[in-house]
Design a protein around this ligand. Structure first.
Ligand code: GLP
Length: 243
């Protein structure tokens, strides 16, 4: 595990964007696993900036997103599909056919999950997976539970997640109760994992995830076992780690 410390959100975003940019430069046809939430927005801004300066080319990059709310159309501003187009895809030269996000409107959950897993396999797996950290230790939408899920599946969102994500909606009642998410296995099979974490409110859960036992009660704790895991976090998020 590598840990990079940043003194601000901007510095964290730039350090993480450096790693993604290096991945694209090394392998212009790479498969990037992408994430939503407020943590990665600065990374996407930095990548767009480098693209505008002609230092990055997304022409052959392929992407797979971690998760999507169930029941939200891709044109719904709260959907992760909309978020990704708004913050990154519409601003760089990625090809629409190379963008993959679970279809929140597919009512046949089994079909959607199977298709998404097969798609990731057909792309040859994920080269670099970007992650944020949920307030309860979730990654993607893998909520605390009694076992690590292997594949893409439907989850019932935890109250803590609904509470944390309601800031993006009119009120908590508007937050979808379910989502499609890559499984812990799907995420852990990525060749590299890059996590960004900021803020004092994540300090305790980050400490538990990285220094205490590996348990599905804290889904991110499994990252301790990944052979190529990099964390980029700010001072506040690292404040409870002895590091
Ligand atoms: C959501 C997403 C996660 C993300 C988490 C943290 O629940 N499904 O992938 O990591 O939020 O978001 P934030 O970065 O806004 O704290």
């Amino acid at each position: 595990m590598k840990i990079y410390r940043a003194h601000s959100y901007q510095e964290m975003s730039r350090k993480a964007a450096n790693i993604i940019s290096a991945q694209i430069i090394m392998n212009p046809k790479c498969v990037l696993g992408l994430a939503t939430g407020s943590s990665p927005i600065g990374i996407y801004e930095q990548l767009v900036d480098w693209y505008n300066k002609d230092d990055l080319d997304f022409a052959r990059v392929k992407t797979v997103n971690l998760d999507e709310y169930r029941g939200l159309d891709k044109d719904n501003p709260q959907s992760y599909n909309y978020f990704m187009h708004h913050h990154l895809f519409s601003k760089v030269n990625i090809k629409e056919k190379n963008i993959h996000i679970p279809d929140g409107m597919n009512e046949d959950a089994e079909d959607e999950c199977k298709k998404y897993e097969e798609l990731i396999d057909s792309l040859g797996g994920i080269d670099l997976q970007l992650l944020g950290l949920g307030p309860n230790g979730h990654i993607g939408f893998n909520e605390p539970s009694n076992c690590f899920t292997r594949k893409t599946h439907v989850v019932d969102l935890a109250e803590a997640t609904i509470e944390a994500n309601k800031r993006f909606f009119e009120d908590a009642s508007m937050v979808p109760r379910q989502a499609y998410t890559m499984g812990i296995g799907t995420i852990m099979r990525a060749k590299k994992i890059l996590m960004v974490v900021e803020g004092e409110k994540k300090a305790e859960i980050l400490k538990r995830a990285l220094t205490e036992e590996v348990t599905p009660e804290v889904p991110a704790s499994i990252l301790q076992l990944h052979p190529d895991f990099t964390l980029v976090a700010d001072d506040a998020a690292l404040s409870k780690l002895d590091w």
